[in-house]
Design a protein around this ligand. Structure first.
Ligand SMILES: C[S@@+](CC[C@H](N)C(=O)[O-])C[C@H]1O[C@@H](n2cnc3c(N)ncnc32)[C@H](O)[C@@H]1O
Length: 318
């Protein structure tokens, strides 16, 4: 059984971790960099979580638009799909603390423009929609565009460049840390005029997060539908997740949410039905752990890198 204890270092128990996959009482699992990947159907695994044990969930479910996942068939009859999404929403709600939040990323297509809104509506009786964030992958500004998108050849549709991130809470009144994902004031005189304590203001609900250009399939982490790590990072910062907070991703895929959780020193738990994707998530987390170790070693006092950075630091403003 996955046992999520509140406010402790150890958030769930399982028989073994380390180099090989261990098992919870029911599912194979593996812990890397403080993150746990569980190979499980999310509905079954959600049932095993202790109620109100999760601080924040960030996830992106299958959109039911025919993505070629390895094992999951992404074309259910619409009613069955929305019914399933509703069940997942109830399972997440049960696991979330009263002041928790679910950031649910869903996209649509020109052929199926309603799907994201239908999924949001399927969770309407369970949650309050506190914020609706638009994730812009590409922006049109003047006569230029910024970011990447897949161009379509069509006489009737525009290129489709955005997805939704639905910020669901139980009450609609959960405080968020707007300034953690804020930006500096453009007009600095506003800081004193409006009595702000720091040079930071809310950046709003349209987030421009372009995909990075990938040159090889390996860089796509063997998954057809991953989101950029900046997306869960922003959600977790906006939620104000503090060190050690429990983060859940019921559809963890290649582990992007857990990567973000690792970078913020949070305790992530991700469920995935496909073993290959679960392994890919573990490999990414291992790489992240190694990168963090190398970065820490390079910046240890006495190393060449540290001496160089100490030399450069006072000159950086130039
Ligand atoms: C949109 S992808 C998530 C991608 C992820 N955000 C990332 O960055 O890699 C959805 C994932 O849900 C998985 N999945 C489908 N049905 C599932 C279920 N019942 N329980 C757990 N995972 C499931 C799919 O295999 C797929 O990897």
């Amino acid at each position: 059984m996955i046992v999520a204890a509140k406010g402790t270092e150890r958030v769930w128990s399982f028989d073994s971790g380390g180099a090989s996959w261990g098992t919870t009482a029911r599912f194979p699992c593996r812990e890397v960099a403080g993150q746990t990947v569980v190979l499980a159907d999310c509905l079954a695994a959600l049932e095993q979580l202790e109620p109100e044990s999760v601080d924040v969930a960030v996830t992106s479910p299958p959109y039911n638009i025919g993505v070629a996942y390895r094992s999951y068939a992404d074309r259910l009859p619409r009613a069955a799909y929305l019914d399933w999404m509703g069940q997942v929403g109830r399972g997440v709600a049960r696991a979330l603390r009263p002041d928790g939040a679910l950031f649910l990323n869903v996209g649509s297509t020109n052929a199926d423009p309603w799907v994201a809104m239908d999924v949001a509506a399927a969770l309407r009786s369970t949650f309050t929609l506190q914020n609706h964030i638009l994730w812009a992958k590409s922006l049109s500004v003047g006569d230029d565009t910024f970011g990447h998108f897949k161009p379509i050849n069509s006489q009737r549709f525009l290129n489709h460049n955005f997805e939704s991130v639905f910020h669901f809470t139980k009450t609609g009144a959960v405080s968020v840390d707007r300034l953690a994902v804020g930006v500096p004031f453009k007009d600095k005189s506003n800081i004193a005029r409006w009595g702000h304590k720091q040079d930071r203001r809310c950046a709003g609900n349209v987030w421009f997060i372009p995909y990075r250009t990938v040159r090889s399939k390996a860089q796509k982490f063997d998954h057809p539908a991953g989101y950029p790590v900046e997306l869960p990072l922003r959600c977790l910062r906006l939620h104000g997740a503090k060190q050690g907070a429990v983060v859940l991703d019921p559809f963890v895929g290649s582990g992007t949410t857990l990567l973000a959780a690792a970078r913020l020193n949070l305790c992530g738990l991700g469920f995935e039905v496909d073993a290959e994707y679960g392994h890919a998530a573990v490999r990414r987390l291992e790489a992240e752990r190694e990168n963090a170790k190398t970065a820490a070693a390079n910046h240890r006092p006495g190393t060449a890198r540290h001496r160089r950075d100490s030399f450069l630091a006072p000159r950086l403003p130039l």
